[in-house]
Design a protein around this ligand. Sequence first.
Ligand code: ADP
Ligand code: SF4
Length: 671
Amino acid sequence: MARDPRFDVLFEPVEIGPVTAPNRFYQVPHCTGMGYRRPNSVAALRGVKAEGGWGTVCTEYCSIHPSSDDEPYPSASIWDDGDIRAMSLTVDKIHEHGALAGIELWHGGAASANNYTREVPLGPYSMPAGVYDPLQTKAMDKSDIKDLKRWHLEAARRARRAGFDIVYVYAAHWYLIHQFLLPSNRRTDEYGGSVENRARLLKELIIETKEEIGDTCAVAVRFSASTGGEDDDQNTTEPREMLELLGDLPDLWDITVHDYSYEMGTSRFVPEAGLEKTMSWVKSVTDKPVVSVGRFTSPETMLRLVRQGVIDLIGAARPSIADPFLPMKIAEGRQDEIRECIGCNICYTGDQTGTPIRCTQNPTMGEEWRKGWHPEYIPEKGSESSVLIVGGGPAGLEAALALGQRGYEVALTEARRELGGRVTLESRLPGLEEWVRVRDWRLTMIGKLKNVDYYLESEIDEDQILEYGADHVVIATGAKWRHDGVGRWHAQPITGWESTRVITPDDILAGFQPEGPVVVYDDDHYYIGGVIAELLRRDGLDVTLVTPANEISTWTRHTEEQYRIQQRIVELEIPIETCMALARVTADHAVLGSIYTGRTKEIEAATVVMITSRAPQDALYHSLAGQIAIDRIGDCLNPGTIATAVYSGHKFARDLDASVPVPFLRDSRVV
Ligand code: ADP
Ligand code: SF4
């Protein structure tokens, strides 16, 4: 199909200092959970983005010196010649497809506890370092500042030797240079106090980096347009004053905001183009190109922002993770095929847990090198087998699509009137609307295949499966929340769980309207407890949220949401009981016990929502295993995230009739 000419503007080249981006699609620096530890994996990942049409592809944050080590979070590094060789793997993969390669030089300052290198953390003044690490920075004296500038220049030289086209001075996200910019920097020398003084280090670094490598490489600056988010923009005049001071010094402004939970906020809290209001002033104070992010998946939004002169380059991390081929799909008039990011931030959990990136929408993300998976191409079928899939949730849908794309004859049966399983149901919860894209993209793509059929309102049993006679049967029937309270805290059912007043999220998702007061007992620790509490509170019920953990929804720290979730719960005046386990349910109360002392407390409860663990719905599998070729995927195999279910369905489809000698290649550093 031909491209809609309205989108031609997105494919115009953009001059960035001495280099030219072939189009406006710009993958901003983003972490991958790979960094210096997995150079082959990260090179393949970036290469796929370039192949998919991103005109500029950047690295993750890249440490310039051992005095900036973010372990256990895996950053890249460019400390020595070995790093140059490792980073040039990435550069070569990006250049293969004609894209520009950008490197984000980084010094963490007080954000780095240096637990790996044991070097002394540095800061503008002596301040707490790392994340609750019991150590402080050394206050940088003049010789430290001189060293820092030397390290930065040496790193820039190495970056050029590795072949990078764009070199960043990273002045955002509370890393070292940003720590100098902030009002908290009350140094009494020329690097602290006034706005001009606080901006001095950044200014010198831009000038010196340009002098050093600026003839062949563009110098970009990543900069916060606000110290807060849209709703917290105290101090927006300061970034503006600074940007006015620095104006046209760099070749490119990469504009972000200070607060990660806003900059890369989940769709539950931040909409597409969420930074627009905060940063739309930037182009009025500089003539240099501006890139910024906003979880852009809509070509119309991209077009509007370029036309309105808000940005010159479409910055993207997550949209490029969910769909590395997004630009190519627009270029070829295939917008309907864009696999839109759902804004769940599962991709960020890789970095936060020190493991390779993964994505809910794109099961191949992070698997490009170690498994040889490509987001757009999949090997042809290995036999003429037919496949019957039972269950049309994310696992079943992904398996149907990927098997269909391989060329298998696929039939999928779904008990309900609509496909999507948990995704369809959960996307009706407050703030989770975008999650339905997991279903919709798969339905769009399945709709293009002649060899995949699906049947709704078709609950199928053992006899019907046998009668159907498919060569392979895949059970994708999901999981159900347990009523009995067994989970992390309780290995045995909780006394009183049989009461009809004890319900689960499945009951609420099925439309059951509980009576208040309600106790939501969350021993799951991801999003569902907080969302259910929010839903019921908005329905006007008195709700108390109880968890054995130290804070609510604690796993959402990895998705950068915990603060926002707790803020929402507090704003809704939902009382929170932390470090309390549900001890028993009585006629009209929930009895809680302190996890430390066992001391009990009663809370009036007409309803208890039990959110502890899920039971796989695997009866079909067990009754047919051994009789026919049958497998389980998704929550029916092991309940987990939607990302896990999608991955499970995709993996099954890839592995069918394929020889997989090792689960994946193990990466190691190139020395
Ligand atoms: P997953 O996350 O693993 O994809 P879900 O719970 O989201 O699991 O989806 C499972 C789907 O399977 C649901 O839509 C459910 O209605 C469907 N299902 C369960 N049992 C049957 C059955 N016997 N026949 C057809 N569909 C079924
Ligand atoms: Fe988007 Fe979620 Fe994929 Fe991240 S994991 S890119 S937020 S869909």
